[in-house]
Design a protein around this ligand. Structure first.
Ligand code: DC
Length: 235
């Protein structure tokens, strides 16, 4: 039986300032989280990478999406390490840098499937909470403000229209030389949103005390400025 998150129990992160940034795929939360963390000098948790790593290794080890026990064991003992680099963080899986493989659409889709399994989510909870270290943490994902860090001092929910998110992803992929069809991406993003929002455990939704920002018509610098202002205003 998976244990549920200790919403009422004071958790370790309550002593460390935590800023949670949740939102759907392509809302820009990853970029905003990275820039805000750099500006504040705080640690960064990209929680999606953990689900991507479980998905990628499950594919490579031929673990079926129905083998809950094997997936939960993999999540609990995930052989992952984060290494600071000049422009962010690199991810090592089983000792190998796998940044590119973790960012593919296939890894994203598999991540979304393993993320719907309560036992996998439960197995990743402690690892995520361990990122809350002084002087502070910026954590981005889907359930950072609702489940993982319910006591976070600052919570943001970042959205953008599905068309805008598909266009941003299309532009990113084209810049990398990956040819994709916009309508296909739109469909994939819709499907992923539906799966992430409809799942029974830790669905994608804004925490009651989160500030909602719609980034459809806002440049990333402006979103970063709004978030930083919120944090600095509240001290
Ligand atoms: O943010 P991302 O695209 O890297 O996330 C990949 C998938 O992982 C996404 O479809 C939903 C899931 N995810 C989640 O369920 N909870 C999180 N905290 C982060 C990601």
């Amino acid at each position: 039986m998976p244990t549920s998150a200790p919403h009422r129990v004071p958790s370790p992160e309550s002593r460390i300032p935590v800023l949670t940034i949740d939102g759907p795929s392509g809302s820009g939360k990853g970029t905003v989280a990275r820039l805000v963390a750099a500006e504040l000098g705080w640690h960064l948790l990209d929680s999606g990478v953990l689900y991507r790593a479980v998905g990628l290794l499950a594919l490579e080890r031929d673990i079926a999406m129905t083998d809950i026990q094997a997936l939960a064991d993999l999540a609990r003992d995930l052989p992952i390490r984060f290494e600071p680099t000049a422009d962010g963080v690199s991810v090592r899986l089983e000792g190998r840098i796998r940044d590119h493989d973790l960012r593919t659409e296939e890894a994203g889709t598999t991540a979304s499937q393993v993320a719907a399994i309560p036992e996998v989510r439960d197995a990743l909870l402690d690892r995520q909470r361990a990122f809350a270290q002084a002087p502070g943490l910026v954590a981005d994902g889907r359930d950072m403000g609702t489940v993982v860090f319910p006591h976070a001092a600052y919570k943001v929910f970042l959205t953008a229209s599905v068309q805008e998110r598909a266009q941003r992803r299309h532009k990113q992929l084209m810049a990398k030389g990956v040819v994709t069809i916009l309508s296909g991406l739109l469909e994939e993003i819709r499907e992923r949103d539906a799966r992430d929002s409809a799942r029974a455990v830790a669905p994608l939704k804004a925490a009651d005390d989160a500030v909602c920002i719609d980034s459809t018509a806002l440049p990333v610098e402006q979103v970063v400025a709004i978030v930083l202002e919120r944090v600095r205003q509240r001290g």
